[in-house]
Design a binder for this molecule. Sequence first.
Ligand SMILES: Cc1cc2nc3c(=O)[nH]c(=O)nc-3n(C[C@H](O)[C@H](O)[C@H](O)COP(=O)(O)OP(=O)(O)OC[C@H]3O[C@@H](n4cnc5c(N)ncnc54)[C@H](O)[C@@H]3O)c2cc1C
Length: 353
Amino acid sequence: MVDYIIVGLGLAGTSFAEQLLAGNKSFVVFDDDSQQSSVVAGGLYNPVILKRFTKVWRAHEQLKKAKPFYARLESKLDMRFDYKVPVYRRFASVEEQNLWFDASDKPLLEDFLSTKIIQKDHSCIEATYGYGEVLGTGRIDTESLVKAYTKYLNSRGLLIREKFNYELLELSENYIEYKDLKAKHIVFCDGFGLKRNPFFNYLPLNGTKGELLTIHAPALKINFVLKSSVFLIPIGEDLYRVGATYEWHDKTNEVTEKARQELLSKMETFIKCDYKVVDQKAGIRPTVTDRRPLVGQHPEHKNLYILNGMGSRGVMIAPDASEQLYQFITHQSELDEDMNIRRFDKKYKSLNQ
Ligand SMILES: Cc1cc2nc3c(=O)[nH]c(=O)nc-3n(C[C@H](O)[C@H](O)[C@H](O)COP(=O)(O)OP(=O)(O)OC[C@H]3O[C@@H](n4cnc5c(N)ncnc54)[C@H](O)[C@@H]3O)c2cc1C
């Protein structure tokens, strides 16, 4: 008998496993590499929505949890994941500069938007109207993090690298059984894999495919994340991630020529130097119709829990949401009601009458 089974080892599963280790709980994790979102992510943490200059939901609370969480993981795994790079929003007009100033005056945003306009002469970048700097931003190297954590759990015998077959789960009052395992609780962190999860697929997870390119651009030499019609993220050795696309119909992890062309044509509106595309990746973001995470307990089966729906912001959301779920299970603390799946109870009832 273990305390927990976790299904899925992306950012959500990793964050929840860390809660369990800190709380001295026993567990095993299943993962089959069927979803790629956490591995391909750009990894940015950025408290501001840069299209509209508005604050991200729970930005202060999330950053307060996320920064120490990644710092602890860095020291535990003895690796660097957290690159504290600034994000510069390129302005396309004087109107955009004015909108930025208006926004930076608002009490909720003043901690995050610098009031200086940055002018940088750079032969490769067209930026007549300069940039605004977002404060408190950075990039988590999520690929290295997930891979290192996978290795860490594997070396401790806590990882089962196989597909979790939902049909084989047997439910009892005080525990669940799966093959030869017994556990008090099971937490599904299965990302877009939730679509095949019969216990939670009543929830409105729609999934949004995203693709990213990696380019090699030796003349570019920027040490900040540049946000214009696409993000350009420096990852070292003259390599930059360019992304990402948003596609609502295709739900595969396959890369496409269409996405490559879209990203390059957007990038070429503001970058004027030679580059070579060296990589392209795709994944499905676990996005939800109301843009809030899916966290909580199954409406009928009390041993089943979900930690999902992190959309395009898993880096910031996962540490906060996993802590909330852990406190909810172990100390019956209230979950933030915006993320609690109880908001979909009516839907569950109407489907199960
Ligand atoms: C192109 C792109 C760029 C992005 N950029 C950013 C960014 O800059 N910043 C940011 O915060 N977020 C970004 N995101 C979003 C971020 O990746 C997600 O919010 C986050 O990774 C979701 O994590 P997760 O653990 O919930 O899901 P996933 O990463 O999808 O993990 C789910 C895991 O469950 C496993 N699994 C599923 N079903 C089963 C099963 N039946 N049996 C066993 N294992 C199973 C999968 O193999 C997978 O490992 C981006 C996403 C994409 C696609």
